[in-house]
Write a protein that binds this ligand. Structure first.
Ligand code: SAH
Length: 252
C-alpha cells in the first residue's frame, strides 16, 4: 500500500493536518497537500500547512468555528462529491486527525455511497500533540493505565456523560472543545468525586505562535477562576504534575 502515491482523478484523500506546525505533518500528508487540484480545509488548519499547497491548487475553506454559522456538514459532503465527480484530485484537510472529533466518518460514508475512491491519512491529534508540547505525558506508568478523550462541546446540565463512571474509570481526562464549558466540566467532575486538588492544564493553540499553557486545580476551575480560550486541549489528572518544561532548554 502506497499511502503517498499520487492521487488519481476523482479521488478524495481525507488528510490529517496535525495540530498546526507544518513540521508535524506526516510525509504522506505533505506529499498529497503539495500535489492535488483542490484542498478543502477546516478553520483549524494552520497557515504554515496551507503554504505547502502547490501554487495552482484551489483552496476552499469549509470549516466550522465555535458554533458560528458556517458551511453545513451536508454542504461540505456535497461539495466533495461534486469536486470528485468533476475528476479533481481532492485533499480534504482537517486539523489533527480526521477521525478524532473531526466528523471524518460522516464524509467517508457520504463519499463511499457515491462510489468515490477515498484515501485516509491519519494525523497527530491535538489531544496527544498539545500535552506533548507542554511536556505532559498523557500516560505515565506511575499515574495511569488508561485515558479518555472527550468532547466538552455539549456539556450541559443534562449531558450524555456519566461523570461518576468517568472519574472512576479514567485517571486522566483529555478534553477537546472544552474551553467554553471549562467551569461546568470542572464542577461536574468535583461533584462526581474528583479530588479538589487534581491538577489540570489548558494548552491553547499548541505549536502555533500564540501558544500558551495554564495550570490550575480542578477546584479553581470549578470556581470560575481559570480562563480558557478556544482552541485549547484541557488535560485533567496527575500526569500534569509530571510536566517537564523541555522547550525552555531547547529554545523551541
Ligand atoms: N480532529 C482534531 C480535533 C477537532 S475538534 C484533532 O484530532 O486534533 C477541535 C478541537 O481540537 C479544539 O476545540 C481544541 O480542543 C482541539 N485543538 C485542535 N488544534 C489545537 C491546537 N493547536 N491546540 C490546542 N487545541 C487544539
Amino acid at each position: 500500500m502506497k499511502l503517498d502515491a499520487p492521487l488519481i482523478k476523482g479521488e478524495v484523500a481525507l488528510v490529517g493536518a496535525g495540530p498546526g506546525d507544518a513540521s508535524l505533518l506526516t510525509l504522506a500528508a505533505a506529499k498529497l497537500i503539495g500535489d492535488c487540484d483542490v484542498i478543502v480545509y477546516d478553520a483549524l488548519v494552520s497557515e504554515s500547512v496551507l503554504e505547502m499547497a502547490a501554487v495552482d491548487a484551489e483552496l476552499i475553506q469549509a470549516g466550522k468555528r465555535g458554533g458560528r454559522a458556517s458551511t453545513s456538514q451536508e454542504d461540505i459532503c456535497d461539495r466533495l462529491i461534486s469536486l470528485a465527480q468533476q475528476g479533481k484530485r481532492v485533499v480534504r484537510l482537517k486539523g489533527g486527525d480526521p477521525f478524532v472529533f473531526g466528523r471524518g466518518g460522516e464524509e467517508v460514508r457520504a463519499l463511499a455511497q457515491k462510489n468515490i475512491p477515498i484515501r485516509i491519512i491519519p494525523g497527530i491529534t491535538a489531544g496527544v500533540a498539545a500535552p506533548a508540547m507542554a511536556g505532559i505525558p498523557v500516560t505515565d506508568r506511575s499515574v495511569n493505565a488508561s485515558l479518555a478523550f472527550l468532547t466538552g462541546h455539549e456539556v450541559e446540565e443534562k449531558s450524555r456523560m456519566d461523570w461518576q463512571a468517568l472519574v472512576k474509570a479514567f485517571p486522566v481526562l483529555v478534553f477537546y472543545m472544552g474551553a467554553k464549558n471549562l467551569h461546568r466540566i470542572a464542577a461536574q467532575l468535583l461533584d462526581a468525586g474528583l479530588a479538589e486538588e487534581t491538577p489540570l492544564a489548558i494548552i491553547y493553540a499548541a505549536t502555533l505562535p500564540e501558544e500558551s499553557v495554564t495550570e490550575a486545580t480542578i477546584k479553581q476551575a470549578a470556581a470560575g477562576e481559570v480562563e480558557a480560550r478556544s482552541p485549547s486541549i484541557i488535560v485533567i489528572g496527575d500526569v500534569v504534575a509530571e510536566r517537564k518544561h523541555w522547550r525552555k532548554d531547547l529554545n523551541l
